[in-house]
Design a protein around this ligand. Sequence first.
Ligand SMILES: *Cc1c(COP(=O)(O)O)cnc(C)c1O
Length: 365
Amino acid sequence: MSDLSPKAADTPPRPTPGVATLAAYALADPLPEGAVSLAQNESCCPASPAALAAAAAALAGTALYPDPDWAALREAIAVAHGIAPGDILCGAGSMELIGALVRAFAGPGDEVLGTEFGYLFVRSAAAQAGARFVAAPETRYAIDPEAVLAAVTPATRIVFLCNPGNPTGTRLPNATLLALHERLPPTVLLVIDQAYGEFDEQDHDPLFARVAEVRNLCVLRSFSKAYGLAGARVGWGLFPPAVAQEVRKLLNPNNIPVASQAAAAAAMADRAHMRATVAVTAARRDAFVAALEADGLSPVASATNFVLVPFADSATAARVDAALRAAGIHVRPMGGYGLGHCLRVTVGAPDAMARTAEIMARARG
Ligand SMILES: *Cc1c(COP(=O)(O)O)cnc(C)c1O
């Protein structure tokens, strides 16, 4: 150390250039006491009682590390979806899988291709990996497959599509995604983020089946939305073996806590509870949309547990957001997505939804 000049010794530790250019971590808006959150796309229904009981029972085993192979959880997922347990990886939320996928397949000089209104976390994951994020334009708040294909370059390593989309709520048929996949170069990995897949009642079997047949397609799912387990931090994905092998290297070896694995396995097995949650959510969402439409608003058609509501302009959206906050209702402003004229509303309790629709109609003027 003696060869360091006094000046160099005074220099503080330096992050890597990629990390230094990332925006500072901003906590989600703290929720004031008594306020209602319709901002995080969490489930409007509690998790399956079987899941909560399994988590409580599993806590007794917390002196030991969790199962690094997620055996019981993978088995439950495999049985529910008719897929092979060996093709599944589980993450501490699907966010962990997104981060690992991006780091495994994209680095400096590479491009990660997403869409204009795609999930923002993918941009952060690309920045963390030192890769460039490229956004293909969307059409009427929906993924435009031709625009995605037109944005593929020799540097593209990953195409990341969220279907149904967050924050738009729109969805493409799986057949359209599979047709898009066929037109991608084999070197490009297509990731379909289906965090809201359970709310989208089209047939997903063909998509899952295709993953098993090719080497450059994977599908991600989450327990945070339809299963009501956002706080447990569990996600999973279906991967071709060679992709899974690389992603697994980057996951924390003991990534999912004992109680969370137990909760997720039991939630996955309780299909009736998940389906009831989806039905309740859809009914509340559709009633909310109908109320907004009756007031002359044009919410975006949603296949999820949230609704994107466009207003005349950003000033109107900001005014409506302020009126909602004053009434103790926190929805999600969309400036970060380049959708400053929109607010995203998570489906919640019926009275909160009715009040939200009422305030939106009144405050937009
Ligand atoms: C909520 C969400 C996720 C999942 O997050 P978890 O880490 O599983 O909680 C992933 N992608 C999108 C688009 C989401 O909205």
